[in-house]
Structures are given as C-alpha cells and as structure tokens.
Design a protein around this ligand. Structure first.
Ligand code: UDP
Length: 322
C-alpha cells in the first residue's frame, strides 16, 4: 500500500485530498496544527486503519516514521483575512515548512507536490494567466506574506528538483470553492452565503468590477491527483476559466439563496487583483484535464453544505453542547 503525507490535512483542500487518496486505496497520514484547519473535516476518517492524524506544525520539525511515497504540502492559511491575522505563520509555513518537507521527501525518496497559487501572478498584467507569466506582486503589501511565501516555495522546490533530483510537482491553484470552506474565512463566497443566511446585506468590495474564476473543489482535486501521477515537474495552473465579476457573483448568490438583502459597497482592500482567469492549456495537454462542474451546480451543493453547517451549529448552541 502506497503511503501519502498530506499537510494541512484538516483544511478545506487537504481534507478533500485525504478522502480522495483513501478512496484510491492509499495509506493516508494527515498533518495539521489546526490553526485554520478543522478536525471535523476529517473525523469520519479516524475509524479507518489506513488513516492517521498528526497534530503538528510543519514549520518546526516534521517527523514521520516509516515509508513515504508522496508528500502533498497543503498547509497554509489561504484567505486574505487569515494572512492578515497570522502573517508570520503564513510566511513560515510556506518557507520553513516547505524546506522541512523537502528534506523529508529527500530522506524518504518521496515525490513532493506543493500547493502553489494564482497569487504568484499578483495583480496580473497578462490575461488570462499562463504559467510562463512571472507575475506582478507587491512584496511589502498585505498579501505579500502569502504571495512571496508561495513564490519562495516554488523556487525552493525547483532547487530541490534541479540540485537534488527530487521528483516535484507544482500546482498553481486558482479560486476554489465547495463544502468544508470555513464560513468565517472572509472570502467572497463564504462571506456572501453567510451574509445571506444571517439576513445581512452582501458586502462587495470596490465597485465589484474585479473578476475571479471559481472552480468547484471536486474538479480541482481531480486535477491535482492527475498532476501528482504525471511526470511533469514544473508549474501547472489548475482552475476554472469561467470568469465573472464579483458583483455578478454576489447577484448569483442573492438569486441562489432567495435572500431579500441587497449589495452594499465597501472599500477595495489594498492590492486586490483586478482580474484573474487561468489559462489551462497546459493542464489540458499534459493531464487531459478540464473542469466539469458548472458554477450553478457547484454553488447549489455548497449552499446546502453551508445551510446544514449553520443549522447544526445553531442546534449545538441551543442545546448547550457548544
Ligand atoms: N470580496 C468582496 N466581498 C467580500 C469578500 C471578498 O467583494 O466580502 C472580493 C475581494 O475584494 C476580491 C474577490 O471578492 O476582489 C475575491 O476575494 P477572495 O477573498 O474570495 O479571494 P482572492 O481571490 O482575492 O484571494
């Protein structure tokens, strides 16, 4: 049985990866310090003997006994309000954490896949963004702690590939949504849905003309799985090229939830990218991958998840179990 280590295993993407690898017959070791992850995302896996959980911080030291075939580094705060709250940890997990895991991969002769991001392109001057674009990032802006950690992570990973011959995979993940996103993580989709559920107005930042392209989580996980098993060591964009303005997105959420609330406009955060859309030609060619789930279907599933989560939390509070 192949053994895979997934850091950030209790997070949004990490927990979906744990499910996928269990489903594919792997022994899965999830690691998380639970700063932004949530143990409830993986508690259904705890009874399985092919699943283990390590509560530890990859920025410090990583110890895993026994063989490892694959390492997927998904530990990191990933929403702008998280990395404003914990900027140093964000820098450390992308830099020191990556270095520790590359060392572990080398010691175990494991293949290492790192979770990079469309944020390496910053506020892009090239549209749509392809992997050859170097980006436009402000290193000292509020997003710099995340963007630069991820850029360093890519550089470090490539150095281990060229210098040590380590097998590496780099996925550049664009905006992704789906069940297990944190309702309070501050990103557009959880913010809009939770505002609708609480009967509050939806807060659009700026004039809402900035664009994003949202990928449903199952499509993303499929792309990552294919990339890991491919033989391509360089960065690959994985995301959905269906681009939409944030204002249109808020309007879709209003329609989906049937809320009576309206849109209110707030100041645009510093360095908020104006536009974002992945060029996925490389993923199509190398992985024979493209997203399949429409935004309409993906949003319905996600809304149901958020509704249930809010109901469960409300019941727990009411019954005094929380
Ligand atoms: N946004 C918004 N209202 C919110 C949260 C986010 O208008 O309550 C905007 C944000 O300014 C950005 C876009 O939605 O332009 C996507 O933000 P998100 O935090 O989801 O991800 P990003 O792609 O910026 O990392």
């Amino acid at each position: 049985m192949k053994r895979v280590l997934i850091t950030g295993g209790a997070g949004f993407l990490g927990s979906h990866l744990c499910d996928r690898f269990i489903h594919e017959g792997y022994h899965v070791i999830a690691m998380d310090n639970l700063i932004t992850g949530d143990i409830r995302n993986i508690e259904h896996l705890f009874p399985l003997k092919q699943f283990q959980f390590y509560h530890s911080d990859v920025s410090k030291f990583v110890y895993v006994p026994g063989e490892l075939h694959y390492i997927l580094h998904f530990a990191s705060p990933a929403s702008p309000i998280d990395y404003l709250k914990i900027p140093i940890q964000t820098l450390k997990v992308g830099s020191l954490g990556t270095h520790n895991l590359l060392g572990l991969a080398r010691a175990k002769q494991a293949r290492m896949l790192i979770a990079s991001t469309s944020e390496v392109y910053g506020d892009p001057h090239v549209h749509p963004q392809n992997e050859d674009y170097w980006g436009n990032v402000n290193p000292v802006g509020p997003r710099g702690v995340y963007d630069e950690a991820k850029r360093f992570q890519e550089a470090m990973t490539m150095a281990y590939h060229t210098f040590h011959g380590l097998e590496t995979r780099i996925v550049r993940i664009f905006n992704t949504y789906g069940p297990r996103m944190r309702l309070d993580d501050g990103r557009a989709l959880p913010a809009f849905i939770s505002q609708a559920l609480r009967g509050e107005d939806l807060t659009v930042f700026g004039d809402g003309s900035q664009t994003r392209s949202f990928c449903y989580v199952d499509d993303l996980i499929e792309g990552i799985y294919r990339l890991l098993l491919s033989d391509y060591p360089y960065p690959v964009n994985v995301g959905n090229p269906n681009e939409i303005t944030i204002k249109q997105f808020a309007e879709e959420i209003i329609k989906l939830t049937g809320t009576q609330q309206k849109i209110v406009y707030k100041p645009l955060p510093t360095d908020d990218p104006r536009q974002r859309r992945p060029d996925i030609s490389r993923a199509k060619e190398i992985l024979d991958w493209e997203p399949k789930v429409s935004r309409e279907d993906g949003l319905k599933i996600t809304y149901e998840y958020f509704r249930k989560t809010v109901d469960t939390q409300a019941t727990a509070y009411a019954s005094g179990t929380k």
